[in-house]
Design a protein around this ligand. Sequence first.
Ligand code: ADP
Ligand code: MG
Length: 693
Amino acid sequence: MSVPEIFGCDVFNEAVMSERLPADVYASLKKTIEEGKHLDLSLANSVAAVMKDWAVEKGATHYTHWFQPMTGITAEKHDGFISPSGDGHVIMEFSGKELIKGETDASSFPSGGLRATFEARGYTAWDPTSFVFIKNNIMCIPTAFCSYNGEALDKRTPLLRSMEAINKSAMRVLKILGSDATHVTPNVGAEQEYFLIDREMYSKRKDLIYTARSLYGAKPPKTQELDDHYFGTIKTRVSAYMDDLDEQLWKLGVLAKTKHNEVAPCQHELAPIFTAANVATDHNQLTMEVMKRTARRHGFKCLLTEKPFEYVNGSGKHVNWSLSTNTGENLLKPGKTPLENAQFLLFLSAVIKGVNKYQDLLRVSVASANNDHRLGASEAPPAIISIFLGDELTAVLNSIVKDEEYHSAGKQNMEVGVDILPNFAKDTTDRNRTSPFAFTGNKFEFRSPGSKLSVAGPTTFINTIVADVLDEFADELEGAKELRPAIYKLIKKTIEENGEIIFNGDGYSQGWVEEAKRRGLKNYPTTPDALPHFGDKKNIELFARHNVYSETEIRSRIEILFEEYIKTIKIEARTMLDMANKDIFPAVSECVRDYAKTAKLVSDCGMSAEFEMHMVKKLTELTSKMHKAYEKLEKVTEHLEKHINEGEAIAIYCKDTVIPAMKKLRAPADEIESLVGKKYWPYPTYGELLFYV
Ligand code: ADP
Ligand code: MG
């Protein structure tokens, strides 16, 4: 197998297009894509015919409009290419109309009230900037999904709108700076963390099966304290899995690049090479899907939940974000000329101001029941949003604020916006792992997103936030008499007014929580704290200004996110009750019976059964404690189910009442687990799950 040969072999990419499409068709398609226009039907017909032949040659029998509903997964409905030819045979058919538009009965996708169920159908439209590909003999057409009123029912549509917004705003600024670029694209590289566990063990735990998270489990003798897994040698079995995964992703044109072990035992990471935000989103969705599918073949279960195990790190997804021009420039890369530096500092300041002004939105963009277990748990960035710039860049910005010259030992001096910026070597900036939003040399890395989250949401938010500030900058600079001093003044003012968001220290420390409070930064520890702010006036106005979400679209998303939060917790609570009844109580009972029997036999022999009696006593006490907690959780779960549709109010009830009740049940159960003999215990322990060989 040669990588260049297989790379993209299942993708209808530019190479295939230019080879197979008639020259004029190819040229028109390219132009349509570049200009972001809609495909007209005659062009679509020519493309569809060639596309279908290519797909059928590759063994495809069906096609699907592959889209990303608001649940964050991807959805597809398969239609066959077959069409009766009238003589009892079939021919393979696919028209331009079918390529550009599909209709889908999607009444069971959550729409947050956007689409009444009697108007079940939405329509889907090909996003030609993302290539068509073949997966499991199905030709997949990356697609946007809207209601008949044009409201976005998916994650792609707002993402594409936000990409357009930032293109417009960034171009305004670049024009002022005299750039010859004509298009700006936000780029994303999504580092994906995941757990691989043995499938057979997995299948013995209902919590993992129903919730992809362990809801019980005593602390094993060893966890991650030796750091011996991080970047360690990869197990043969895991290595075979990773090779297989890479190969499949390459065939799909996904630029899977690095793979390594992560901090927690059984935890791994895959990082792709970055690409345009919408393509990166598709590729990340595909990566997650292929990860899960491939695991099955290798006897693994791949867990993408944010916090599958207590006592070891959870999994995140780092969203690396930058802006580039069609002239090949990275707008977040420090430059070599005075103008390039002014440009860099201007874009950097725009991000700083945007993040400061819309901290709440960044927190909202990563809010989910499972991610709440990660954020602020000294393993992932805190729920407080701040920016890490590194000492060097912070010193540069400080010198601007103080009107001082910047001197850096061993580095070039610089007069800000006029002369040379030091070269921010990546290693001086990429040290702080505790920061939610870190500048890493030529991009920002947003580290709060959870592992199974679609990158569409956070990316849409970042694009819009930054676009908004760039518009403000353009307004200000367009009227300037002299450009250089105006830029300098603007950067200075922006840093002065937004300095509180910059924090280079330890984000895990309690001291930071207090310090952040003093600085007036927002702290929304949980999803119910954060989510309502999506609908704050300033945020509705922001998204409306850039035509990214209408107020109705925002309200529907808040409703869906609350629903998802509540349902997740409901299922977790019910699973705990089920496991207590079916697994744990019978196991401990059997164990107690054996100790009691032994105690009796030992006493009959005239000996004191001190140990056995102790165990009977201890286990019985714990069991009745557990039983009380069980009854409490049962009661609060009933209440939850009765009020399941009450949105925010019941979400708060979940946070304040259900989750604490779950914790109360888990504690005695875990203690019992550590006391009961192996032969009684009904499911694999943490030790067995995390340290399989
Ligand atoms: P790290 O910073 O984690 O040591 P890298 O810098 O190599 O590692 O890349 C981490 C991720 O960031 C990769 O997915 C990579 O493609 C992505 N990345 C690198 N440069 C950019 C950029 N300019 N814009 C967006 N993502 C980028
Ligand atoms: Mg990284």
